[in-house]
Design a protein around this ligand. Structure first.
Ligand code: ITT
Ligand code: NA
Length: 219
């Protein structure tokens, strides 16, 4: 059984399409380290959650990156949703004239094992979560292993999977999804107007989950 560590049931709903009954929500508000990249937050969260869950965990740290604001709110998206709110994010963006944005996520997996034997290319230069996938197709969603820390080897290895999707900030439409979905339009449709299947087929999380599921299935 795989523990999806999140307070957000919407994320788990999207993950079941890739992981079936193997995944369950582990409602644990992992301490979010103060960091400006999603990969670091997800990796540290996975380490903390693994210790709490005593079993394999995934953590998904996501954010909305608005071009006109140089990527804001990015890693602070949860705080901005709670304070400014989704509707006002649209109203802040609209006068800027540039509505381009992207959702990004980094999924971090930890099961206490070392992944050194896993024959995956590791590009440490590309490690920063929010900069990983620079192209608009999201095809550069490299997965990778992170192994930081001390020589004593006490730092738990974590494997990262990233996904990105480009879109535009629009006036809210739709009832589905969660979070910023009503104001995020991709190919003419907001994420809140899509079914879970339709969103997964194009979304940041869908891309990251399909990479993770493929790797996890071979494991
Ligand atoms: P956990 O940290 O407990 O998993 P969370 O909802 O706080 O739950 P994040 O920190 O990853 O998750 O999310 C940052 C913000 O981005 C938060 O406001 C989410 O609602 C929003 N968000 C993340 N993924 C999204 C998606 O697929 N569609 C719309 N909004 C999303
Ligand atoms: Na969060």
């Amino acid at each position: 059984m795989l523990n999806f560590v999140t307070t957000n049931p919407g994320k788990v709903r999207e993950a079941t399409a890739y992981l079936d009954d193997e995944v369950r929500q582990f409602d644990f508000d992992y301490p979010e380290v103060q960091a400006d990249d999603l990969g670091t937050v997800a990796a540290e969260g996975a380490r903390a959650a693994y210790r709490a869950a005593e079993g394999p965990v995934i953590v998904d740290d996501a954010g909305l990156f608005i071009d006109a604001f140089d990527g804001f709110p990015g890693p602070y998206s949860s705080y901005v949703e709670d304070t400014v709110g989704v509707e006002r994010v649209w109203r802040m963006t609209e006068p800027e004239g540039d509505r381009a944005a992207a959702f990004k996520t980094v999924i971090a997996y930890c099961d206490g094992e070392d992944f050194a034997a896993t024959p995956d290319p590791v590009d440490r230069a590309e490690r920063r979560g929010q900069d990983l996938a620079a192209d608009d197709r999201g095809a550069a969603t490299t997965d990778e292993q992170v192994r930081e820390g001390d020589a004593s080897g006490e730092t738990l290895p974590v494997k990262l999977f990233e996904g990105r999707v480009p879109g535009e900030i629009v006036s809210p439409r739709g009832e589905g999804g969660f979070g910023f979905d009503p104001v995020f339009e991709h190919d003419g449709t907001t994420f809140a107007e899509m079914s879970t299947e339709e969103k997964n087929a194009v979304s940041h999380r869908g891309r990251a989950l399909s990479k993770f599921a493929e790797w996890y299935g071979e494991r």
